[in-house]
Design a protein around this ligand. Structure first.
Ligand SMILES: Cc1ncc(COP(=O)(O)O)c(C=O)c1O
Length: 392
């Protein structure tokens, strides 16, 4: 083996030694872990619509959107989505990762400051890194800390020669909590920063017609003050894709400078056709949204009453905190053996090991109770001494 492969082997051994080894695995138990919050990925009306389509060629878009990969269905979807979330313009890209990464790289530069919640998604952090901007972490949801950092920056750069950008998720994917948007907008008015909000996990679930947390928490005139809103089709839409909503000027700028948009093949044309249809379904799914919240309340109440430690979640994402990687893996493996698909999430994805239980509207109360009973049983079976080297 040459030096490169020896290094790789050592790295993997070290990952395994820390109980952090990961593998791709197909598993079909009851879904307590996907982001298909409304069940649209297997919605029968979506299937019927898909089967009714006759213009399926070409399968691939065959080029980037600036070459031959643009289709009318993409333009139509963008207009429809922008109007749904009451924004000026939308840009469809390959996925939510690209949306965050490419957007932040496009609007930030080494001569600007980007303030990021410490727990923001990797796509946001990587976008900041690649832009070369000065990264300022604020503690999770701690807007007072953000304000302190903004004040310090104003002291360093009193004439505001360098741009300030603040980025946050609206619903944190691994903790299930949200920032205080009213306070954040007050800070924006006071400090004049550019604001980017990632609604990946909130779209379809919160706000009127599932428009997201911003619509739940802010008056409409304030939503328009958010400079960039990022959405994904990979979660509640049950598809794949990313969307950036901004001013027309902002969209024109991204089309001209956003590298993963310019230098990559456009999404499959069928995605925008399916997404346009899915949007009509998603708006009308109030009963699914209500069911999801009822299931979430029931699960949180039960877990707390049985003494499990969960994050301060106010949503359908319910992280159950465990004390070690081995314990998280033992719980996940045991649940999977019982037909319940729950996944362990470990560092570096999150600061501390946990089960990320994410609910969807297709689940029943009976299945929630089954999950709770299983967790209670597994807690009795957990023996830290004999639990070495469990790999999922
Ligand atoms: C908060 C957040 N933003 C963006 C993304 C990326 O979206 P996508 O899965 O569409 O690439 C994710 C994915 O998990 C996410 O959790």
């Amino acid at each position: 083996m040459n030096r490169h492969w020896e290094e790789i082997q050592k790295k993997l051994e070290s990952i395994k030694g820390k109980q952090l080894f990961r593998e791709t695995k197909t598993y079909q138990g009851i879904d307590f872990c996907s982001n298909d919050y409304l069940g649209l990925a297997t919605n029968p009306r979506m299937l019927e619509y898909y089967r009714s389509l006759t213009d399926l060629y070409p399968f691939g878009s065959t080029a980037s959107r600036l070459v031959r990969g643009n289709y009318d269905s993409m333009d139509l979807f963008e207009r429809k989505f922008a109007s749904f979330v009451e924004g000026e313009a939308a840009l469809l890209v390959s996925n939510g990762f690209v949306a965050n990464f490419g957007l932040i790289d496009s609007i930030a530069a080494p001569d600007c400051y980007v303030f990021t919640d410490r727990l923001n998604h990797a796509s946001i952090l990587d976008g900041i890194r690649i832009s070369g901007a000065k990264k300022k972490y604020y503690n999770h949801l701690d807007l007072e800390h953000l304000q302190t950092l903004l004040d310090k920056t104003n002291a360093e750069d009193p004439n505001q020669k360098q741009k300030r950008i603040v980025v946050t998720e609206s619903l944190f994917s691994m903790d299930g909590d949200s920032p205080d948007f009213k306070k954040l907008l007050t800070l924006k008015k006071q400090y004049g920063f550019v604001l980017v909000v990632d609604e990946a996990h909130a779209l379809g679930v919160y706000g009127e017609e599932g428009k997201g947390v911003l619509f739940r928490d802010l008056p409409k005139e304030d939503i328009l003050l958010v400079d960039y809103r990022v959405y994904t089709l990979g979660k509640s839409f049950g598809l794949e894709g990313g969307i950036i909503v901004t001013k027309q000027l902002g969209r024109d700028h991204l089309v001209n400078v956003m590298r993963p948009f310019i230098f990559s093949t456009a999404p499959l044309p069928i995605i925008s056709q399916l997404a346009t249809f899915a949007l009509d379904l998603l708006c009308s799914m109030d009963s699914e949204r209500k069911n999801l919240q009822e299931l979430a309340s029931e699960l949180k109440e039960s877990l707390r009453s049985f003494g499990f430690s969960i994050t301060n979640t106010a949503s359908h994402i319910i992280p159950l905190l465990l004390s070690s990687e081995a314990e998280a893996m033992f719980y996940a493996k045991s649940l999977q053996e019982m037909g319940l698909d729950v996944r362990a999430i470990r560092p570096p994805t999150v600061p501390s090991p946990r089960l990320r239980i994410s609910l969807n509207a297709k689940l029943s109360k009976k299945e929630i109770q089954r999950l709770v009973s299983a967790l209670v049983q597994i807690r009795k079976d957990w023996d830290p001494v004999s639990a070495n080297n469990i790999h999922l």
